[in-house]
Design a protein around this ligand. Structure first.
Ligand SMILES: Cc1ncc(COP(=O)(O)O)c(C=O)c1O
Length: 453
């Protein structure tokens, strides 16, 4: 039996898998926030380079990965697939648990899989600067690193609660040459407006996105970059699942369940979507695909599937997605990368069609699972990834209770070495659970945009 299944460089995928090509219903059009009409490529050009806009709307099933991107991928890909034997022993399950580990690169998470192509296409298009937001700091780190690879200046609006909780993330971004400010900041109109309303705002991804979009829209040399949600980001992340498929084959197993944590949908989509064609084929291979989110930000499990802005300041295009409302500000939980009111339109559509499942967990249970995993496997999960760990353990225990033996695959999207304050809070009993009430959901949904579709 192999515990650790590695591939060599020649197995880095040559193309990303585009699930849009396999959907029987086309996704709803993206709406311009000013005109209320579907956006065209020209509307997006102030924010994104043409290469990424083309990928955003592409229905080509496999999109070739440029050689310069593959060369950078080779610094850390293919990533290992690990059979979690010691976790299996620790929880006494009969099921087989595998995890794909995406934390073994300088950014510490899967986010480098998309920041590299994003920097590449911006460079190609002649953009000199990128403005972006970061929740927990992983995306900002990944964008800073990719910016340094391709000689692009990066400005990061970092959600204030994370800026305060995770100073070493800021230092990492600065080491790679990025400029980092806490969001809401005084640097943009939307930041100043938020501060005027609520000077002690902890910030949110929705607010930080407004700031970055405003920054990029106001300068010709600057693009906006998003670390999740958009089709092209999910597309780039499919390298995870494409490799995992090969590795599961080498292991001689096929997953009954594929799990990823869910913030905006990119690492979940990345590991799960390459298994979608099997599901759609309706044969024997029919894995359950499960997205896991925090109970305090239950976008997929308590949100509504409707048109909404991607940001708090209402500057982004309006997309159809599961949402808790664009002005929803989640509790300052430690899984900062999962504090987003919306979701990938692609993942949302699959959920609405019943092709994937979603579930939400409170943070104390998630941290217990993270510690159990760390002690068994010797690897400290990011608080975000720990949601997937918890779901994998639950699935194994459920199978045991039913007298079944399952093959469970999950994505360990990142490591938690910059999250020691979170672990410290957990171990010293300072963490609390925050359930998101139905009333708060209704309140935040009052301000949804009206879209005539
Ligand atoms: C380690 C890690 N996992 C997961 C996420 C959630 O993002 P996504 O849903 O796009 O994968 C983040 C976001 O910052 C992250 O840093």
């Amino acid at each position: 039996m192999r515990y650790r299944i590695t591939l060599d460089e020649s197995s880095i995928p040559a193309a990303w898998y585009n699930a849009l090509a396999d959907l029987s219903n086309p996704p709803a059009p993206v709406i311009h926030p000013g005109t209320g009409k579907p956006v065209g490529p020209g509307d997006l050009l102030p924010l994104f380079p043409m290469g990424l806009i083309e990928q955003e709307v592409s229905t080509q099933k496999f999109v070739p990965i440029p050689e310069d991107v593959r060369k950078r991928y080779a610094l850390f890909r293919p990533t290992p697939l690990i059979r979690a034997v010691f976790l299996e022993q620790a929880i006494g399950t009969r099921s087989r648990i595998y995890y794909k580990y995406e934390g073994g690169n300088a950014s510490g998470s899967h986010k480098l899989n998309t920041s590299i192509p994003q920097a590449y296409y911006n460079k190609q298009f002649g953009r000199k600067r990128i403005a972006t937001e970061t929740g927990a700091g992983q995306w900002g780190s990944a964008m800073a690193i990719a910016g340094s690879f391709f000689g692009i200046d990066v400005k990061v609006y970092m959600v204030k609660v994370s800026y305060q909780q995770k100073p070493y993330r800021r230092m990492l971004m600065e080491t790679f040459g990025a400029k980092v400010v806490p969001s809401p900041s005084e640097d943009t109109g939307s930041g100043r407006a938020t501060l005027a309303q609520r000077p002690d705002s902890p910030g949110s991804l929705g607010i930080a996105i407004s700031e970055a979009v405003e920054d990029a829209a106001g300068r010709e040399d600057t693009s906006y970059a998003l670390g999740s949600v958009l089709n092209h980001v999910v597309l780039h992340q499919t390298v995870i699942g494409l490799e995992a498929r090969k590795q599961m084959e080498i292991a001689g197993d096929y997953p009954d369940v594929v799990i990823g944590c869910h913030g905006g949908g990119s690492n979940f989509g990345g590991i799960a979507l390459p298994f979608l064609p099997d599901k759609l084929a309706g044969g024997k291979r029919n894995p359950r695909l499960i997205a896991v989110e925090p109970a305090s930000c239950p976008t997929l499990t308590k949100g509504v599937y409707t048109f909404d802005f991607g940001d708090t300041g209402k500057l982004t295009p309006i997309v159809k997605m599961y949402t808790l409302g664009h002005d929803f500000v989640p509790e300052g939980i430690h899984a900062g990368g999962l504090r987003y009111h919306g979701a990938s339109p692609l993942v949302s559509q699959l959920l609405s069609e019943g092709l994937i499942e979603a579930r939400a967990y409170p943070q104390l249970a998630v941290f217990s699972a993270a510690v159990a995993f760390a002690r068994a496997e010797g690897l400290l999960p990011a608080p975000e990834s720990a949601h997937a760990v918890h779901a994998a353990i639950e699935e194994a225990k459920k199978a045991d209770a039913e007298g079944k033996e399952k093959v469970i695959l999950f994505n360990l999207s990142g490591h938690g070495f910059f999250d020691m304050a979170a672990y410290d809070d957990f171990l010293s009993g300072k963490l609390a659970d925050h359930e998101h009430s139905e009333e708060k959901v209704r309140e935040a949904l009052r301000n949804l945009p009206k879209v005539a579709m």
